[in-house]
Design a protein around this ligand. Structure first.
Ligand SMILES: [Mn+2]
Length: 288
């Protein structure tokens, strides 16, 4: 069924039984194409580990994880260094999740993991919209000659589903070609998150939505543990609010990527990601 590595520990309050869960957490420990600092392969496990430092109960939405049934499968067993094969395994996994009608939160890993995920969702949900939260546009055609890179992921998505279906928030870095491409093809909101998001939420109605959230959208003061930090980002409070306010959307899947424990301080980036996971489960799924 799934090819998982053994997990050291599951996310706080997760169940061991796949069949009884409507929601799954899947770690994707891939960091083979990063351009600056590696380490995101350790992200998913660290997010699980620090999740025991936050409460199951949420003050934001007055809900408790213990009333929800979600399965944490651990990390996918990927052939380290083999990008093509890893992409195939990730896509196959997403297809299985969709076929089993489960809501998934995928934990990266580098941002390239979102490409096979979004490909699978786009092929199964018509009229899919992508909400992309990131410091970087990720719209390069290639990076160092490679089209499979964490800097090309959203370009590949645009070519697959059309840039008009892609909404980019918090973007503040990239090259001029990416900027020009975004102006022409996508819906890009430079360095802004909540204000444009509120408008887009109204616009989307009940269209199926996939969220891809690169933790580096948040300022390095709050989230230093990432491979390509970019000063001038939003606060942790703002990104939490964004997750909460998307609860009216028809979200079919999501990922949180680019958490890099070797670059983190006091686990604050992993802790923020753990809180985002908790709020996403409480906001987008139903209690048992
Ligand atoms: Mn980024």
């Amino acid at each position: 069924m799934y090819e998982f590595l053994e997990k050291i520990t599951g996310f706080i309050s997760s169940t061991e039984i796949y069949e009884e869960a409507d929601t799954v957490i899947i770690g994707i420990p891939m960091d083979f194409t990063v351009s600056y600092r590696p380490g995101t392969r350790m992200g998913p496990q660290q997010i699980r580990t620090v999740s025991y430092g936050i409460e199951e109960y949420s003050f934001y939405c007055n809900k408790d994880l213990r009333d929800y049934s979600f399965f944490d499968g651990g990390d996918l067993a990927l052939p380290f260094g083999n990008v093509t094969r890893s992409i195939e395994i990730i896509e196959k996994t997403a297809k299985k999740v969709i076929q089993d009608k489960k809501f998934a939160i995928y934990l990266g890993g580098e941002h390239l993991v979102s490409w096979p995920l979004i490909k699978a969702y786009a092929e199964n949900f018509s009229n899919l919209a992508i909400l992309h939260f990131d410091a970087h546009a990720d719209l390069r055609e290639n990076y160092a000659g490679e089209s499979n890179s964490h800097a090309t992921v959203i370009r590949k998505v645009c070519e697959k589903i059309g840039g008009q279906n892609v909404y980019q928030f918090g973007i503040r870095s990239g090259d001029k070609e990416e900027y020009d491409y975004a102006i022409k093809n996508t819906n890009m909101y430079v360095n802004e998150v909540l204000d444009p998001l509120r408008k887009v939420i109204k616009l989307l109605g009940q269209r199926p939505v996939y969220i891809t959230l690169d933790i580096d959208i948040v300022d390095p003061a709050y989230a230093p543990g990432t491979g390509t930090p970019e000063p001038g980002g939003c606060t942790s409070q703002e990104i939490l609010r964004a997750i909460l306010e998307m609860n009216t959307l028809n979200i079919v899947g999501m990922d949180i990527v680019e958490v890099s424990p070797p670059n983190d301080h006091s686990d604050r980036t992993a802790l923020l990601a753990a809180k985002l996971v908790r709020e996403a489960i409480l906001s987008y799924t139903k209690p048992r």
